[in-house]
Design a protein around this ligand. Structure first.
Ligand code: AMP
Ligand code: MG
Length: 343
């Protein structure tokens, strides 16, 4: 298959790819997604094949605005409207009950929900993608556009590294402005539960809703047999080929710790201010210590970069857990298989 490059001028053509059951690389503010018609089980199955994604890991349905919620979700709690009004379009996925058809089956195909009675709904903050979905007239099911297990793509070029020849087309709308996947909040439980941290922060959710629980899988490795509420959180994820060690603590101390222990061919992920510590090594800096938004935009590109470079292992300075830092540390910790040293 020849993967066609589309631009933001090609909304109609992109919508035809979706409507005809094809696979489309879609830009969003979080990461590039691998989209297909979310009501067409065969098209959805092709997403799993292109990614090599485990079948029990559900996809998110992308819609152009809040009014589409009631087409696919039933018993929508007031909190969903509160959050949609405040954060949509934006990097927030809400887990809601599936709407039932007359015969009692779910309207959203089991291929999307992995057979669950809930569905993840999101309205991306990307005008061209919302226009494509509206023109296609169907919700777009999309996970991140990487091969399963690899870092998510934050540019069309990064997505093509994994998906060239496997998808019909990709719509290039430049690099992603957030850089980590959407926040996932489960609104089918009380209190609402954060399943995956992302661009909408825990602090913002608490401000909107009051109490928000944080799923265990956000901060630690699941033991064998344990089932996190977001099935995707149990998989090894975001990982470059070389093993990663995360070092947590004051930035001066973590830099010193890494310098003292790294090998000749070790690579480093560090803050901009510390590049000079690691001269002679392959270094990917992710932004200044204080600029967490930049760290979020850079983290996946940094992890991906090492796959083109000769390193035996990778050391990473860990950002703090506040704001979007919770999402960045979650991705980094997962890339490291939760191999974390706390100073
Ligand atoms: P990705 O966009 O590649 O990160 O994949 C979508 C994520 O959403 C995965 O981590 C899924 O486990 C999660 N997800 C999608 N639907 C549901 C659902 N109904 N309940 C819980 N998690 C979900
Ligand atoms: Mg993913």
């Amino acid at each position: 298959m020849n993967t066609k490059r589309l631009t933001p001028h090609d909304v109609e053509e992109a919508a035809r790819v979706i409507a005809s059951g094809g696979l489309l690389g879609i830009p969003t503010e979080t990461v590039y997604g691998l989209g297909a018609n979310g009501l067409d089980p065969d098209a959805v199955k092709a997403i799993f094949e292109a990614k090599g994604r485990p079948q029990d890991n559900p996809l998110i349905l992308h819609v152009p605005d809040e009014s589409w919620l009631e087409r696919y979700c039933g018993a929508i709690p007031a909190a969903a409207h509160t959050l949609a009004d405040r954060f949509w379009p934006g990097p927030l996925t809400m887990i809601l009950p599936c709407k039932k058809a007359g015969d009692g089956t779910n309207i959203v195909p089991a291929a999307v929900t992995a057979g669950l009675d809930t569905v993840g709904m999101r309205c991306p903050d990307c005008a061209v993608t919302r226009a494509v979905i509206a023109a296609a007239g169907v919700p777009v099911a999309a996970p991140s556009g990487n091969t399963s297990g690899r870092p998510s793509p934050t540019s069309a070029a990064a997505m093509l590294e994994d998906m060239e020849g496997k998808i019909d087309a990709i719509l290039d709308d430049g690099p992603c402005s957030v850089g980590v996947e959407s926040t996932i909040i489960d609104l089918t439980v009380t209190p609402p539960r954060l399943l995956r941290p992302g661009g909408v922060t825990l602090e913002e959710l608490e401000d909107a809703l009051g109490e928000v629980a944080v799923d265990e899988a956000v901060r630690r490795l699941m033991a064998p047999g344990e089932q996190p509420k977001a099935p995707g959180m149990k998989y090894r994820h975001y990982a470059p080929r070389a093993p990663v060690t995360v070092v947590k603590g004051d930035a001066d101390m973590t830099a010193g710790y890494i310098v003292a222990r790294m090998g000749e061919k070790s690579g480093v992920i560090c803050f901009d201010e510390f590049r000079g510590y690691f001269r002679g090594h392959i270094v990917e800096s992710i932004g200044p210590v204080a600029d967490q938004a930049q760290q979020a935009r850079r983290i996946f590109e940094a992890l991906r970069a090492f796959d083109h470079l000769e390193v035996t292992d990778i050391w990473a300075q860990s950002p703090g857990d506040e704001g979007i830092g919770l999402a960045v540390t979650n991705r980094l910790n997962k890339a490291a298989g939760f191999h974390i040293i706390e100073l």
